[in-house]
Write a protein that binds this ligand. Structure first.
Ligand SMILES: C[S@@+](CC[C@H](N)C(=O)[O-])C[C@H]1O[C@@H](n2cnc3c(N)ncnc32)[C@H](O)[C@@H]1O
Length: 209
């Protein structure tokens, strides 16, 4: 990457993802202590028992799902994060498959999972269509993709617009993309709920028809 093209928020984002031990503290700071509460918003929508979590990070939500009795499989692009998630699962006494893979190539048969969960990952996904196609393939009919993500709210309130204008200059994260419309495009039945400060966090539930 040329020096002139370096973006400050991207550098910061990469730095704290490179150190899983700092990750928890930084995400708590960025979310004013709400990160885990926001992750937990997936639970009321989970149906069935087999769950694929994509982008598990250090694996906190994955572990909470396992503790609730779900059969969880994890996918994680960064090897350091996958290592940390495996370590935490093992320490907690859970045998969870956490694969060092990308959402673009899911090593599972068609129609394997009841639900796919993804928290704070979507902004990193450049090719959202390819990701949706692959998730759709491994999801059972009637299964759900449950997403928690940060980004531009539906009401496009002035504070969010100002915030994202400033941050967008310094990041390649897709914070302003209208993710919901892509799920509609692939025939999912979707609902969306915005919440958090200035509505900058949202939940999308996309049901495979
Ligand atoms: C902001 S972290 C969120 C981690 C965790 N889900 C959470 O809520 O704390 C984004 C995670 O998604 C992972 N990720 C990004 N792109 C991915 C991809 N294409 N496939 C799988 N994981 C990916 C990153 O490595 C990172 O661990």
């Amino acid at each position: 990457m040329r020096l002139t093209r370096l973006k400050l928020f991207d550098l910061f984002y990469r730095a704290y993802h490179a150190f899983p031990l700092f990750y928890d503290g930084i995400t708590q700071l960025l979310s004013v202590g709400q990160w885990e509460k926001w992750q937990e918003r997936v639970f009321p929508d989970i149906t069935g028992s087999s769950i694929l979590e994509i982008g598990v990070g250090p694996g906190k939500l994955m572990l909470r799902m396992a503790k609730k009795g779900y059969t969880v499989t994890g996918i994680e692009l960064r090897s350091g994060m996958a290592y940390e998630a495996r370590k935490r699962a093992k320490q907690a006494g859970y045998d969870i498959d956490i694969l060092h893979q990308s959402v673009y190539h899911l090593p599972f048969k068609d129609s394997t999972f009841d639900c796919i969960v993804m928290t704070f990952v979507l902004a990193e996904i450049a090719d959202i269509r390819k990701a949706i196609e692959e998730m759709r393939r491994v999801l059972k009919k009637g299964g759900k993709i449950i997403i928690i993500a940060g980004g531009m709210p539906k009401d496009r309130n002035i504070i969010a617009q100002t915030l994202f204008k400033i941050v967008s200059i310094q990041t390649s994260l897709r914070l302003e993309r209208d993710n919901e419309k892509y799920f509609d495009e692939y025939g999912f039945k979707t609902t969306r709920e915005d919440f958090g400060p200035f509505n900058i966090v949202h939940k999308i539930v996309a049901v495979k028809q």
